[in-house]
Write a protein that binds this ligand. Structure first.
Ligand code: CTP
Length: 433
């Protein structure tokens, strides 16, 4: 068991003096207002695991607004944002640090997999509504008891043993997102399910409880899962927990899928290094890799249900991908390859590269396209072509396109060589005024 001074020392050592002081100020104000405040949830788990300070969650027994808006809290130029609909508030400090305040609450689930009805409660009921014991601990911020660890469900012991344990038998049925949250924690912390919890998971899956989640809630959890840096381990766990059908039919060749996933990480890293100003929706790369070898309808049925940004582009890429390697191999010029690469979205292109070893010529071609070729335009623009005597219209567009291709193929490099090339092609007369 940790003593109060020990927790205080951990707060100071791991999260620093400034943060400790902020928490003491909050605890003092909360006591004066008669609204006790506690650190809760993931940040307490992280504190006990010696992990760096994340954004902190505070549970308040009483009015969130009065505390979050109290003048002393605003003094270090912190900005308070209230979310009246949820009875929560966010305090942002100038150094970027964030504190989230929520009123302690009791949750009641009227039916499985629905959103809960909530009403105000105390810290014990607030801890009792949570997902796993390791996330159901609190640290008291009240000046007289500052640093006291509240651990009514044995979270500390489970943390030490690396166990994920739900607080009650109906937990997964109430909120099936906990199944995927559990998987995430299992991967991130290399924890395993406690025996009773494993049995409850099996029962919940036998009732097909995840099918009752809305597409939006399910997709949000799956997206968090796909964002894990240990995605190969997450996918292995997905199999062990018999959850493959959520994402796709179980892969026949897991090893080759994992190779493509690891290569996918390399491709995404490559892209971030070489194109740092561009945005990439990583999840689209993962879905394309994961769905490349399954029937198109399997992907389509999931995208029909999940609100995935740009889902239609993923489907289009999946239709294009089977023919791409052959077509790219047959492309005899850079411009022909460029036209093929341009048919794919950025995630689709990276997913295709992930199918080949890093040094493969296909990968080289894809990278070349991303770094250079896609940015190349015709050395002469439309205005300049008109000044050379071409008339505006569709033919001008064709000439621009041909000039761009010639540049891609290294036949021209500047305005002068472009002009010569136009003469050589009979597009411009050889004697220019
Ligand atoms: N929580 C829960 N059931 C959920 C979602 C959240 O009980 N379906 C509780 C847990 O106590 C969790 C806390 O709310 O610790 C905060 O949730 P969240 O911020 O999503 O996760 P963290 O545990 O803080 O983990 P992370 O480090 O991933 O943010």
């Amino acid at each position: 068991r940790f003593t109060t001074p020990q927790i205080r020392q951990m707060l100071q050592r791991q999260w620093g003096d400034v943060l400790l002081q902020r928490l003491e100020v909050i605890g003092g104000i909360a006591a004066r207002l008669g609204t006790p405040a506690y650190l809760v949830g993931g940040c307490v788990r992280d504190l006990l695991q010696n992990r760096p300070a994340p954004d902190l969650d505070l549970a308040i027994e009483g009015d969130v607004r009065a505390l979050a808006e109290s003048p002393p809290l605003q003094q270090p130029h912190a900005q308070c944002q209230l979310h009246p609909r949820f009875g929560t508030a966010t305090l942002r400090y100038p150094d970027g640090f964030r504190l989230d305040f929520a009123r302690c609450r009791i949750e009641h689930y009227p039916a499985p997999a629905t959103l809960p009805e909530v009403r105000p409660g105390d810290i014990h009921s607030d801890l009792a509504r949570r997902d796993f014991t390791i996330n159901a601990m609190a640290v008291d911020l009240n000046p007289t008891t500052f640093g006291e660890l509240l651990d009514p469900h044995g979270g500390r012991a489970d943390l030490r043993q690396g166990l994920l344990r739900v607080l009650h038998a109906g937990s997964f049925l109430d909120d099936p997102t906990r199944i995927l949250r559990g998987l995430r924690f299992a991967v991130r912390f290399q924890f395993r399910l406690e025996k009773g919890t494993r049995a409850l998971l099996r029962e919940a899956l036998a009732q097909d409880i995840l099918a009752r989640l809305s597409g939006a809630r399910l997709w949000r959890e799956l997206q968090y899962l796909l964002e894990l840096s240990d995605l190969p381990i997450a996918l292995e766990r997905l199999g062990a927990w018999r959850l493959w059908p959520l994402l796709r039919p179980e892969p026949a060749d897991m090893e080759s899928l994992l190779v493509r996933i690891r290569r996918g990480h390399q491709e995404i890293d490559w892209f971030r290094r070489h194109c740092p100003d561009e945005t990439l929706f990583d999840a689209a790369v993962w879905l394309t890799i994961l769905w490349r070898d399954i029937p198109w309808t399997e992907a389509e049925k999931r995208l029909h249900y999940w609100p995935v940004a740009g889902g239609h582009r993923i489907l289009r890429d999946l239709r294009l991908l089977p023919d791409m390697p052959g077509a790219l191999t047959r492309a005899d010029r850079p411009s022909a390859a460029g036209r093929l690469w341009e048919r794919l979205s950025l995630p689709g292109l990276l997913a295709l590269c992930a199918e080949y070893p890093e040094t493969d010529i296909m990968v080289e071609s894809g990278h070349q396209h991303l770094r250079r070729q896609r940015w190349l335009s015709s050395p002469l623009n439309g205005k300049e072509l008109q000044a050379l005597g071409l008339t505006p219209g569709p033919r001008l567009g064709e000439v621009l396109e041909r000039l761009r291709n010639a540049r891609l193929d290294g036949e021209i490099k500047d305005k002068e060589t472009a002009r010569q090339w136009l003469i050589g092609q009979g597009i411009l007369p050889s004697i220019q005024p």
